[in-house]
Design a binder for this molecule. Structure first.
Ligand code: TLP
Length: 346
């Protein structure tokens, strides 16, 4: 049975070219700064994002943690959306490990923060309050269905930050999806923030790793914090080699993932029993709900799985499907046939 795994773009496997590059990678001890392949990847990432420097880290979670701990001291406050990956899915690391206080405000359906909410969330000077230090954005926005923030939206947040002397960090796990969806260069998005984390191991299909990019002084301090949290790696050029191939060969194909997500959502819109919003699909994520009083998420999930279609459950009443390098348009057509049967069986 062909398994069509739409749980996440994290399930992607490295391309043959990545495996070849991993095999051939020139290596050294990166804690001494001597891994030439990591140095090359970091320089490439910094150049692409238009930042002074970049740092290779194990995961998106570590990228966000290290960035936030670099911006904030214990007791400082970070403002982010209540649907932010960092708030929901990163095990509370910034609070547990960094003593950073998280102040959430509602995410709008398009992934944006309301600017009035944001202004109101910034603390004034008062002995009772923590010190607001940082605003975090996410682009594309995972729990908001892969919604893409425009450069203008990000610039509006930047302006609030500048008014109050705050830094801005971007969780750009899917930064390249955002750039492809907007038809802009990634550097135009990165220019709106002080630091950005992006993942190599999602739509870009590398096996491991993320990069943080920012100013040279920020990255110098981030390197120290990365060591503190145990993220100093040695001959990790074997991983960085795949990352270089990812940046060089995997960015343009993200448009296919977006087209496949569109094909999926338009197909689902025609199947009675599913509730989807085709207008909301801007990148590679499709949120799916069931219609009707007796909607049984467990039964539909099980019926899909029994026929090899894997999706993830985002909440009691919501599924998520993500398109990626391992999925082509014929898989979407097969999956739609299974979706159609699953809702009838359940
Ligand atoms: N997201 C994963 C799960 O953790 C939910 C997924 O399947 O989508 N920021 C964003 C916006 C993310 O979506 C993710 C991963 C991360 C950060 C964390 O990256 P990793 O998994 O590399 O720590």
């Amino acid at each position: 049975m062909r398994v069509i795994d739409l749980r996440s773009d994290t399930v992607t496997l490295p391309s043959p070219e990545m495996r070849e590059a991993m095999y051939r990678a020139e290596l050294g001890d990166d804690v001494y700064g001597e891994d030439p392949t990591i140095n090359r990847l970091e320089a490439l990432a910094a150049t692409k994002l238009g930042k002074e420097a970049a740092l290779f880290v194990v995961s998106g979670t570590m990228g966000n943690l290290v960035s936030i701990l670099t911006h904030c001291q214990r007791g400082d406050e970070v403002i982010m959306g209540n649907q932010a990956h960092t708030f929901v899915y990163e095990a509370g690391g910034v609070s547990a490990l960094g003593g950073v206080h998280v102040h959430t405000i509602p995410n709008q359906p398009d992934g944006m923060l309301d600017l009035v909410d944001l202004e109101n969330a910034v603390r004034g000077e008062n002995v009772h309050f923590p010190t607001t230090r940082l605003i975090c954005l996410e682009n594309t926005h995972n729990r908001c269905g892969g919604a893409v923030l425009t450069v203008e939206q990000m610039a509006a947040v930047r302006q609030v930050a500048d008014t109050h002397g705050l830094a801005v960090h971007l969780d750009g796990a899917r930064l390249f999806n955002a750039a492809v969806a907007l038809g802009v260069d990634v550097s135009a998005i990165a220019a709106q923030v002080d630091s950005v984390q992006f993942c190599l191991s999602k739509g870009l299909a590398a096996p491991v790793g993320s990069l943080i990019a920012g100013s040279a002084s920020f990255i110098k301090e981030a390197r120290h914090i990365r060591k503190m949290v145990g993220g100093g790696m040695r001959q990790a050029g074997v991983l960085a080699a795949a990352g270089i191939v990812a940046l060089e060969t995997m960015v343009e194909r993200l448009a296919h993932d977006h087209a496949n997500a569109r094909r999926l959502v338009e197909g689902l819109a025609d199947i009675a029993g599913y509730r989807v919003n085709p207008d909301a699909v801007q990148s590679n994520i499709v949120m799916i709900e069931l219609e009707g009083l007796g909607a049984d998420y467990d039964a539909v999930g099980a019926a899909l799985e029994a026929e090899g279609v894997k999706i993830s459950r985002m909440s009691a009443r919501r599924f998520r499907a993500v398109t990626h390098y391992g999925i082509d348009s014929s898989d979407i057509d097969l999956a739609l046939a299974v979706f159609s049967r699953a809702v009838r069986v359940a």
